[in-house]
Design a protein around this ligand. Structure first.
Ligand SMILES: *Cc1c(COP(=O)(O)O)cnc(C)c1O
Length: 380
């Protein structure tokens, strides 16, 4: 028997209280038992998104909720600007293009951090109906300064759409205060639930700017009208909604600011552990990078062998690099239901496997470095 550990930046481990709620007998989505749960979840989602606007809930993955933004906001031929510095940015370039938008791409090498001044300059050259940005680019570990990017977009009069799939609940995302028109996320990352729910916080300005692309299931107005009457437009995944209710309750019990601080400390621990092994970080060595830590493998080692090694030997699932980074980096996840021992467990396993693969890693110091980094220095 092998114990299984899930250490990927999505899906993420789910607390037992949440699993118990998900496993409870199925109730009807229009029953008196479900309506209070539905209402509470919609309110808690507004709280976690820090918005007064409606947060629309879909039975879908994060990509589905993102497609709702594209289907509602993009009309063929319209100018849009997508900021891409990794795999998910590229996905939104492909999706907006597929819907016929005239897409301008502010493109960075994978691993770079988007610069608000670049965005400002690009928007001065060519206007855009909406600017599409990724908050936490999970493929690289970069968390962008969405607040500054949004300010640059607003100056140019563009709507701002944010992919917060891996960031919501892990790092601050102030929908209303930062003027974010659309914030998209999913249940299976920092929100500590199984995959299957997508959400989109949608401002009045975004609702007023919907376009002509065909849509039905993902139509915002239809969904909003039904949600406001607590009458789901389709059969919601009630079990997941019940789980999300419990998960958001846990998040608010900890305190959202305390959760952000925990994520900062987890990021510090992961970076300190990787560096103590003698490895080079791929993601930035900064507190904002609190979602996933991307680490380069030593020369002559393939990250695919590291990921396979920790899985086969210890039952742990770590993330490989995606796309062009496959084999070059591995990623230590730390969003959602993680504590420092989830970091030291990953670090210890990586240390053993790297040593077996013949890498020149320093033995026996990384776990201590990670524990110390977690404890030391208060978070500003
Ligand atoms: C996971 C993720 C997605 C995709 O979400 P799915 O639920 O897999 O569709 C999109 N963007 C980012 C930044 C992610 O981390």
């Amino acid at each position: 028997m092998t114990k299984r550990y899930l250490f990927t930046p999505g899906p993420t481990p789910v607390p037992p209280e949440v699993l118990a709620a998900v496993g409870a007998p199925v109730i009807h989505h229009r029953s008196p038992e479900f309506l209070p749960v539905y209402e509470r979840v919609l309110g808690r989602l507004r709280d976690v998104c820090r918005t007064e606007s409606d947060v629309l809930l879909f039975g879908s993955s994060g990509t589905g909720a993102f497609e709702s933004a594209v289907a509602n906001l993009v009309s063929p031929g319209e100018p849009h600007l997508v900021v891409s510095a990794g795999s998910f940015g590229d996905r939104w370039v492909a999706m907006t293009t597929q819907y016929g938008a005239d897409v301008d791409v502010l493109r960075y090498a994978w691993g770079e951090t988007p610069d608000p001044d670049d965005l400002r300059a690009r928007l001065a050259e060519r206007e855009a109906k909406a600017v599409w940005v990724v908050h936490s680019e999970t493929s690289t570990g970069v968390v962008s300064d969405v607040r500054a990017l949004a300010a640059a977009a607003k100056e140019a009069g563009a709507l701002v759409v944010v992919d917060a799939v891996s960031s919501l609940g892990a790092v601050p995302c102030e929908t209303d205060a930062w003027g974010l028109d659309v914030v998209v996320s999913g249940s299976q990352k920092a929100l500590m639930c199984p995959p299957g729910l997508g959400l989109a916080a949608v401002s009045e300005a975004a609702l007023a700017a919907t376009g002509s692309s065909p849509r039905f299931y993902f139509d915002w107005e239809r969904t909003r009208k039904a949600q406001r009457a607590l009458d789901a437009p389709v059969t919601l995944p009630v079990s997941l909604v019940s789980g999300l209710d419990v998960a958001l309750g846990l998040l608010f019990e900890e305190g959202i600011d305390a959760a952000f601080e925990r994520h900062v400390r987890l990021g510090r621990a992961a970076r300190a552990g990787a560096k103590a092994l003698g490895l080079e970080l791929f993601s930035p060595d900064e507190d904002r990078s609190a979602v996933v830590t991307a680490v380069r493998v030593p020369d002559g080692i393939d990250a695919t062998d590291v990921v396979k090694g920790v899985r086969d030997r210890f039952g742990m699932t770590l993330a490989n690099g995606q796309g062009e980074l496959k084999g070059k980096i591995f990623r230590l996840g730390h969003i959602g239901w993680f504590d420092v021992f989830d970091i030291t467990t990953q670090i210890a396993a990586v240390e053993l496997v790297l040593a077996e693969l013949g890498a020149d890693v320093e033995r026996g110091v990384a776990v201590t470095a990670a524990l110390e980094a977690f404890e030391n220095a208060p978070v500003a």
